[in-house]
Ligand binder design. Structure first.
Ligand SMILES: NC(=O)C1=CN([C@@H]2O[C@H](COP(=O)(O)OP(=O)(O)OC[C@H]3O[C@@H](n4cnc5c(N)ncnc54)[C@H](O)[C@@H]3O)[C@@H](O)[C@H]2O)C=CC1
Ligand SMILES: O=C(O)[C@@H]1CCC=N1
Length: 269
């Protein structure tokens, strides 16, 4: 079994470690690096996984998963470059960072796969999109696909689509949480107890998501089935249209895509 090291065990790094353990990987097959010692202690206690430094991770692991903030990539690449060989696969989860950045900064020929996952990884429901860098082979892509399918679903996309993917599914869970938060507030406005409003909205979200995933019906069809002539739903839809919610979503997701592109450009020479 291959050894996987997570470089930067924050929210996404921890979600991956925990998901892989849940999927049957032995703690001895996993390593992580973390710049905050107290975080390392906490994670080793929680998962029984060993914290190491970057050179040790590069030497001992077959797959290095980079999960630091894009703004923190440069010092990590400085540490990694002298320690890594072409036998090690680099998997980057960083928003915006192109595989070309790794190609420039790491020894020639190191294979890199760019991935955009999302936080539902913590419950095994991630959506991950993967793209091969210049030196990554179909076998490398399959390795990453296999790794990530333990924590959710995986699609392959050309790297040129990764900024759009980041805006859609990378950030996507935040948009749904934001909607849920606003709808719970609406329940409070209408005088419902908070606990009741939360239960009503969260279960409606879970039910709607399950219908989307399981019926294969188009969202328009599912929405129309809720929208009775001269009923309650159409009154709400009219207000959503009047307040430009659809246009707001288009603009919001475009802004997220632009930011992803910008994060990548910040590291251009
Ligand atoms: N949070 C999210 O929903 C998603 C995040 N991502 C990407 O995943 C990456 C990580 O994001 P989060 O987990 O949210 O960030 P985070 O801030 O929770 O985790 C980053 C971790 O890396 C550690 N770190 C930084 N530099 C380090 C170094 N040189 N050596 C060792 N550890 C180091 C930090 O101490 C921190 O614990 C980012 O690049 C982000 O774009 C991708 C998809 C979704
Ligand atoms: O907000 C961010 O930059 C990260 C990338 C995708 C989701 N969270």
């Amino acid at each position: 079994m291959s050894t996987i090291a997570v470089l930067g065990a924050g929210k996404i790094g921890e979600a991956l470690l925990s998901g892989l353990l849940h999927g049957g990987r032995a703690p001895t097959d996993l390593l992580f690096t973390e710049r905050h010692p107290e975080r390392s202690v906490e994670l080793t206690k929680r998962y029984g996984v060993r914290a190491v430094d970057v050179p040790t991770a590069a030497k001992q692991a077959d797959v290095l998963v980079v999960a630091v903030k894009p703004q923190d990539i440069e010092p990590l690449l400085d540490e990694l470059a002298p320690a890594i060989t072409n036998d090690t696969l680099v998997v980057s989860l960083c928003a915006g960072l192109p595989t070309a950045l790794y190609d420039r900064r790491l020894p020639d020929g190191v294979p890199v796969v760019r991935v955009m996952p999302n936080t539902p990884m913590v419950v095994g429901e991630a959506m991950s999109a993967i793209s091969a860098g210049r030196h990554a082979t179909p076998a490398h892509l399959s390795t990453v696909e296999e790794l990530l399918s333990v924590v959710g679903q995986v699609v392959r996309v050309p790297e040129s689509q990764q900024d759009a993917v980041t805006a859609l599914s990378g950030s996507g869970p935040a948009y749904f949480f934001y909607l849920v938060e606003a709808m719970i507030d609406a329940g409070i406005l209408l005088g419902l107890p908070r606990a009741v409003a939360e239960k009503l909205i969260i279960q409606s979200a879970v039910g709607a998501a399950a219908m989307l995933a399981e019926t294969g019906e188009h969202p328009v069809t599912l929405r129309e089935a809720v929208t009775s002539p001269a009923g309650t739903t159409i009154m709400a839809i009219r207000e959503l249209e009047r307040h430009g919610v659809r246009a707001a979503l288009l603009a919001a997701i475009e802004a997220a895509r632009d930011r992803s592109e910008e994060l990548g450009k910040a590291h251009e020479e």
